[in-house]
Write a protein that binds this ligand. Structure first.
Ligand code: 1CP
Length: 349
């Protein structure tokens, strides 16, 4: 009886915060909470490569659940990657050891873009992510987040051929051939919409859209070239589960991100939380905004910075504690656990 009550409370804290309902403490989870900084993850990766791990539901489930068990966070995120959808879109990619993603033949020619399918069969191509979600739901006592990359961030990988510093090729294409740019973004957006719908069908209780590299654009270009397509993705699950719209790098974009959609806006560390929230407006929940590098600092410094974020949130309903971007691989599990405990303790109401 007690156990059932505690479990239902643990479930509701995160989802209540997404809905801007008052909670007993500020829920916390961390982007990239499953990954290379964990010995348990490294042990699995010694046996299978990264893509095989993503495509094996039992292992993806295990990695998802291990992170929650080790850290005591209030939500899980399914173990997968934003690039997996490039498979059914016909864009070949790989992960080289110790490096980021590499696209075999980056999208540079009109014919390549025209050849991308208008529709994909998500069950046939990405059904393994749905299977991971079903297994993880059965094993978890906290809510499970599904996710995808936003059309712009995904397009930037496909066009640049991997990670990029300046996104020159992406911007050149966007500014040179607007109709074809919109055609590409629309194909990506509709595929992504079908993908996140499938994740919700499988049991994902919230969806996060990662526009990790959107900060290279200004608001006018964002509104014109990107917003309608991210909206397509978010609209695909709107009203079914809460959505988190995350972007980094340029706080001037927050009003535009909000207009494109998302019940929750994910913010980085470039503005203090209260300022970011007032730019977004208090009608939305927010997620963030601890600088990831504070996890590399002494514990007292990290905890003081976390307390500062909580102070600026001022206990208002609708704050989910997170980093402003993913956990760095140099971080220790002990340090992350210390942060989670500290946030739970200091925010207890
Ligand atoms: O070597 C390894 O084991 C692979 C490292 C790794 C991991 C652990 C990659 C390669 N992806 C992931 C998992 C992952 N990626 C998750 C689930 C884990 C969790 O959050 O707990 C998620 C949500 C992602 C999403 C993702 N992949 C994003 C968006 C989030 C962000 O950090 O901005 C991006 C940009 C990617 C691309 C990607 N995949 C992997 C790497 C190293 C990168 C980034 C490369 C770059 O900097 O360009």
């Amino acid at each position: 009886m007690w156990l059932a009550l505690c479990q239902s409370l643990r479930v509701s804290v995160f989802l209540d915060a997404l809905h801007k309902r008052p909670t007993s403490h500020t829920p916390i989870w961390l982007m990239r909470q499953a990954g290379r900084y964990q010995a348990s993850y490294q042990a699995i990766r010694q046996k299978v490569d990264f893509l095989e791990l993503c495509r094996t539901p039992e292992l993806a489930c295990q990695v998802t659940v291990d992170a929650v068990d080790q850290l005591g966070v209030d939500a899980a995120i399914i173990f997968a990657d934003i690039l997996l959808i490039l498979d059914p879109l016909g864009v070949d990619f790989s992960f080289e050891k110790g490096m980021g993603p590499k696209i075999a033949t980056p999208l540079r020619e009109n014919a390549q873009i025209d050849a991308i399918p208008d529709e994909i069969d998500v069950e046939a191509s990405l059904g393994y992510v749905g299977e991971s979600i079903k297994l993880a739901r059965a094993a978890l006592d906290v809510p499970l987040i599904g996710f995808c990359g936003a059309p712009f961030t995904l397009a930037s990988y496909a066009i640049e051929g991997g990670g990029s510093k300046n996104y020159h090729k992406t911007k050149q294409f966007m500014l040179s051939d607007e109709p074809r740019w919109h055609a590409l973004m629309d194909k990506f957006a509709r595929a992504l919409g079908a993908y996140v719908s499938m994740q919700v069908d499988a049991g994902a209780q919230a969806i996060q859209v990662f526009d990790s590299w959107i900060g290279c654009l200004g608001p006018l270009d964002y509104d014109r070239y990107v917003a309608p397509h991210t909206k397509t993705v978010l609209d695909a699950v709107q009203g079914r589960v809460p959505t988190i719209h995350f972007g980094t790098g340029n706080p001037e974009l927050y009003p535009s991100l909000k207009k494109a959609g998302g019940d929750v806006i994910g913010v980085d560390w470039r503005l203090p939380l209260d300022e970011a929230w007032s730019r977004i407006g208090e009608d939305r929940a927010v997620m963030g905004n601890l600088e990831p590098a504070t996890l590399l600092a002494p514990k007292d410094v990290m905890c003081a910075r976390a307390t500062e974020v909580l102070k600026r949130a001022a206990g208002r309903p609708g704050h989910v504690f997170n980093l402003g971007h993913g956990i760095m691989p140099q971080t220790t599990v002990d340090q992350v656990k210390c942060l989670v405990d500290h946030v739970h303790e200091v925010s207890a109401r």
